[in-house]
Write a protein that binds this ligand. Sequence first.
Ligand SMILES: [Zn+2]
Length: 251
Amino acid sequence: MDVTNRLLRVYQIDRQLAGLQSRLRAAERFFAEQSKQLAILDAKHDALDRQIKQINAAVANLENDTRSTDQRLEQIREQMNASRTNKDYKTYLTEVNTLKADKGKVEEDAIGQMGRADELKAELAELDTQRAKRAKMRDVAEAQCNERKAEISGRVEQLKKERIEAAEDVPTNMLADYERLYEHREEDAMAPMEITDVKRHEYHCGACMMAIPMQSGVALLTGQFTNCPNCQCILYLSAETADAITPTSKR
Ligand SMILES: [Zn+2]
């Protein structure tokens, strides 16, 4: 096996690993998105909850005010009953009317605030329904993620072992060059030389689709390590192409 074919084994294992891991990445992205959405709903829940508590505290204050007013009114009524002069009586009556008017406003305010609290409670209930649904989706996404991890872990371990073995067959400097190329180009690090016109001996690169000069084509056909002069990928010869190019008499 020439060096290109030995490198091709490494490349094919790298592609299989990438394929397996991309499925896991997709599941991980979905899980991350669900977790993020759930966190947004949690934040909304907390904000609503805080608002409701603030309103409840305000209503409790207003109710205290009303109770104080009631106590004061009770006192005044007693004083009115005990009043000796008409003037005193009238002074108390004015105070009673003022207190009653104030109390009316406070009660109105409290009713308004309680109405607002009810609206917010309904919003909170609606939000909690959404939140429960989202939490279920998050759990499903998490399970999917773990399932996929378990699914591929055996195969990934196996492929990693195979890659170590395959890489041992490739000269170190060549492997390093390939790995640099793979880091940038991934799938396009290696490409088959494809036939443009078999009779005219015209070929092109399977990655960039540009024509391959005759001398590069010949070099590859004679088992030499060859890069595409245009995109620099490492060219290889597939079995079908080799078959198609080799004259029938030589097969
Ligand atoms: Zn190319």
